[in-house]
Ligand binder design. Structure first.
Ligand code: UTP
Length: 226
């Protein structure tokens, strides 16, 4: 899909999808099937992410892959024989499902040789960005975020205030021990907070807020220097 917005510099052009983890929480399924290909009803998480990235106008999906997880990239291939067979049998709905991932946007593989963590995975994406791309999106397939256009609002905040923008969701205080919890200050805008710190999986009594991190980030490219 081609980004048709007039000012591309004000839009997220590349979405990075880290997909090179070991998926230990889903063993034994993830012995042979990458976590990112596990289905939500009938669609793999990685395709839902591609759909979300396309919905916010991105035209590049930089997928961080592991040497033993090549099937993740294969999901975006055209599968002409399968399409032809389905269409010859009049199975148009199924054929459309097969073709969809291939038509959404341009996937680019970036290999992470060893699972050295999420930060390392995101750090590998710099080579994919255009020189004038000052920020980019990161979407984790572990989290489903609705509406699919949530990142549009994050980019609008970035364009107004600069820096990086992280998506938070509200949870019950008792649930904060499961999450990375933001320490925040208010801004003039009720829906935008300034992050001053973060506590990973705190005791609820020590949680600095009930706003927790989800897998959506708009990151300034300066993060690569860090
Ligand atoms: P997770 O921590 O949820 O993924 O990382 P994981 O390591 O595969 O899962 P568990 O804890 O062992 O079950 C969030 C995302 O970051 C990717 C994962 O593939 C996942 O999409 N990731 C994680 C990488 O790309 N590289 C890494 O080294 C670690």
């Amino acid at each position: 899909m081609v980004n048709d917005r007039e000012d591309a510099s004000a839009w997220v052009r590349t979405v990075v999808v880290p997909a090179a983890g070991m998926g230990t929480r889903f063993l034994p399924a993830t012995k042979t099937v990458p976590k990112e290909l596990l289905p939500v009803v009938d669609t793999p998480g990685i395709e839902l992410i591609a759909e979300e990235a396309a919905a916010v106008g991105a035209d590049r999906l930089a997928i961080i892959t592991a040497p033993n997880k090549q099937e993740v990239m294969r999901h975006f291939e055209a599968f002409p024989d399968l399409v032809e067979t389905l269409e010859a049998r009049g199975k148009e709905t199924q054929s459309a499902k097969v073709k969809r991932a291939h038509s959404l946007l341009n996937p680019i593989a970036v290999e992470q040789d060893k699972p050295l963590g999420l930060g390392h995975a995101v750090g590998l994406a710099e080579s994919v960005l255009a020189e004038d791309e000052e920020f980019f999106g990161v979407m984790l397939p572990d989290d489903i975020v609705l509406p699919m256009t949530a990142m549009e609002q994050m980019v609008a905040v970035r364009n107004k205030l600069g820096g990086s923008v992280l998506l938070a969701v509200e949870v019950l205080r008792e649930q904060t021990f499961n999450y990375g919890v933001f320490d925040i200050q208010d801004t003039d805008d009720e829906s935008v907070k300034k992050v001053v710190g973060m506590v990973e999986k705190p005791d609820p009594a020590d949680a600095p807020s009930n706003l927790v991190a989800t897998g959506r980030y708009v990151l300034d490219r300066k993060i690569f220097d860090a």
